[in-house]
Design a protein around this ligand. Sequence first.
Ligand SMILES: Nc1nc2c(c(=O)[nH]1)N[C@H]1C(S)=C(S)[C@@H](COP(=O)(O)O)O[C@H]1N2
Ligand SMILES: [Mo]
Length: 397
Amino acid sequence: MATIEQEGAVPDFLRMDQTITSDPANARNTGDWHGWPTKDIKPITLTDDEGRTVRIRTPVMDLEGLMTPTALHYTVQHFAVPPVVHASDWKLEILGEVKTPLTLNFEQLRRLPGRSVRTVMECSGSDATFFEYLRGEGPKPSRTQEGMILSASEWTGVPLAAVLYEAGLTAKSLYVRAQGNDLGVPATAAEGTEPFYYDKGLPIEKALHPDTILAWAQNGQLLEHLHGAPVRLLVPGWSGNWSVKWLNKLEVTEREPNCWYHYEFYYYGNSADDPNKELITTIGVKSIITHPNDDTETLSPGVHMIRGYAWSGAGAIDQVDVSVDGGETWHSAHIEQPRDRFMWVRWSYCWDVRQKGKYALMSRATDEVGRKQSREPRYNNMRKNFSAIVGYSVTVA
Ligand SMILES: Nc1nc2c(c(=O)[nH]1)N[C@H]1C(S)=C(S)[C@@H](COP(=O)(O)O)O[C@H]1N2
Ligand SMILES: [Mo]
């Protein structure tokens, strides 16, 4: 039987992680949106010669909530978009270091126990131009104008583990090479490189993680072609490039497969021939401010909400701090529910500002494994996985 909260007690779910000073008269109007479809949010797109959309950048700064509508979810592929394969013609080969090599069709795959995962997906190239900006070598990038290679969806499929157990693992099953149906030669590959299918070799621990799935649906609908239909791999917590689209083959190997995109593209290192190259896997701990969202805002003295998203590939977000003085002092922001393991969280900070002047706003995320977003990016030759703090300056006048 439901019980009524003790009189006067505020239930936990209504509690803010911060004190709200009330001055609603000064609260900033959130725009001229009144529910009538006048504010049509469009993705930033690029089309091919035949007018088909081949590239989407997400207008993260204009969105609300946790799910990116599928039509606004970013897309990245290195080679030309492969021809459409219908679900009824699709086959997945599972071979290599397994007890019984298998071929599954779409219907057979869907007989395995299903699973849905809500996760943020971030491309390793996201925010890359901030590396130059923070070194004073380039202009400040605009996440508002350029959109972002960052989105979040609910994906539905079956755990990769279910398919691997079906084929049977052995002591030599240490990597799973996932191959897509898109064939090409990378623009930066050595002269004479033969065309190959996009592939990535996932270590067995990550392959067997229950949330690593073979997905055929996104946000409640069958996958769209640009997102890897009929079936893609989805590797939550790891950089987007692991989530191989247009999946057609799983090859189980004992040694780490020699995939071109491992040590020629998605790696940490100081140069192309750095002997200590490191594969990029887990995404950083990161927060962004979505409101205000550029350096040109002028606010009146009073109460303003600073808002944004925070996420980490290594664990749930535990803490978000906000600074209004360029990182000198930090204040705890309110983290909104839910806080799913692989999802981003929304956060907000109620800023009561009376003094006119210029303010440098920043946000800083901390995850449950203790990683803290840093001011200094991890510079690397390929400019991958930017996750450092970037803020906005606003004028109060
Ligand atoms: N087959 C294939 N899968 C791929 C890629 C690709 O080029 N080919 N690009 C990867 C990269 S770099 C990213 S960031 C994600 C993007 O997935 P999305 O287009 O559904 O957002 O797909 C990954 N999977
Ligand atoms: Mo990517």
